[in-house]
Every structure is written in C-alpha cells, then in structure tokens.
Design a protein. Structure first.
Length: 214
C-alpha cells in the first residue's frame, strides 16, 4: 500500500492491486493546488467545500458518503456518525468517520472530527483494531492537539498520520502540527508511506508519521 497526503484531509491510498481511494478532496480556494488525481473511490466526511470537491477527482469514482455500511469498488466502508463540533453538531453539523481495509490493513479517516469520542462511537470504530489512523490536529474547526491525544488514547492505532493543520499554502487559520508532536518519541517524516501488514509496529508501540503535502 502507498499513502500520499495532498494537504488538509485529502489522501490518496493505493492498494497493491492498483485500487485507489481518495479522501475528502478540497476546493483550491483553501490554498492548496489539487493535483491531477484519478480514483476508484472517493470518501466525503461532510459537505463543506474543503472536503467535498468530488468533481476534482477523475476516473468516474464511486462516492461514499454518510454513516452505515457501503460497498464501493468491492471494498467495504463503514461510516460512523460523529460531529464537527463539541455541541453535537449544533455549530458545524455532522461528520462521518470512515473505516475500510486495503491489503488487510485497517484504515480509519476521522474527517473533521470536532470532539473527543463518545463510548458508543469508540465501540463502533474499534470493531477491529485500527492499523492506520488519519487524525485532525489543527483545532479551531476540529479537535486540537489535546483532543487528538485523547482520541489517540481511545482508538490506539499502530500508526497515526496527522492532518488538517496549518502549512504554508493553507489559507485557513488553524494551528500547526507542532503542538501535537510535542513529547512524542516515535515520529517519522516521510514524502509518502509505503506499507505492508508486516511493517506495522507491534501493538502498543504507536508511531506518528508526518507526511509531506508537497
């Protein structure tokens, strides 16, 4: 599997058989330039312009939205309902967390999660152990570093990839990744993440992988 970050909450995940999943494609008005992406499946965590620009992705992909079980391109996606704020959606609406498997690796994309998870949500998300977690850390519109650390403790992934934080091109006023990384021992910085099941760290030894948006 190969994982690339295109900025904000947008990732490209390519399986060994060549299937491609793109998460939360954004409108370029946020400052990033959307690369030339082609996918089999696009996931949309919520209907905000910085997460739902499906038209920017080529290849006539199947689009996965909302809670519940979805099958797209032969892959099972489980959507878990959460909120974009700490007021159960009263401020910014709802958000869907997506879980799916590629190459026998369990991935979880938290979208614009705005709160520490409630116990029923944790139970649904942890139906199986999470191998790779895409987690927002920039605050303001999502959980911040403190909230992200709490969610990490709730979900206990083997690898956590921070997203939705301030970088030079981003026009949104959110926090940088630094606060989230402070005090963490196992931090890697990569252009892209190439991963097999056998590469995962042992349970309990979580690794933080910071990907380059460029």
């Amino acid at each position: 599997m190969e994982i690339r970050w295109y900025g904000h909450a947008c990732f490209g995940i390519t399986g060994e058989a060549g299937e491609v999943i793109v998460t939360d494609p954004y409108d370029e008005s946020i400052g990033y330039q959307m690369p030339d992406l082609r996918a089999d499946v696009v996931t949309v965590s919520h209907e905000h312009y910085d997460h739902n620009n499906v038209a920017a992705v080529k290849g006539n992909p199947e689009v996965v939205r909302g809670p519940g079980e979805h099958i797209a391109s032969g892959i099972r996606f489980l959507g878990v309902n959460t909120y974009h704020d700490t007021s159960r959606g009263a401020e910014r609406g709802e958000n869907t967390v997506f879980l799916f498997d590629v190459d026998d690796i369990r991935l979880c994309h938290l979208g614009d999660l705005g709160h520490v998870l409630e116990e029923p949500q944790v139970k649904s998300i942890r139906e199986r152990d999470i191998d790779v977690l895409f987690i927002p850390v920039g605050g303001v519109y999502t959980i911040d570093a403190s909230g992200a650390n709490a969610v990490l403790n709730q979900l206990e992934p083997r690898i956590a990839i921070p997203m939705h934080y301030k970088t030079p091109p981003l026009r949104l006023n959110i926090n940088k990744v630094d606060s989230f990384l402070r005090g963490k021992e196992r931090v890697m910085r990569e252009k892209k993440l190439s991963l097999r099941k056998s590469d995962l760290p042992p349970p309990g030894e979580k690794e933080i992988v910071v990907l380059d948006w460029q």
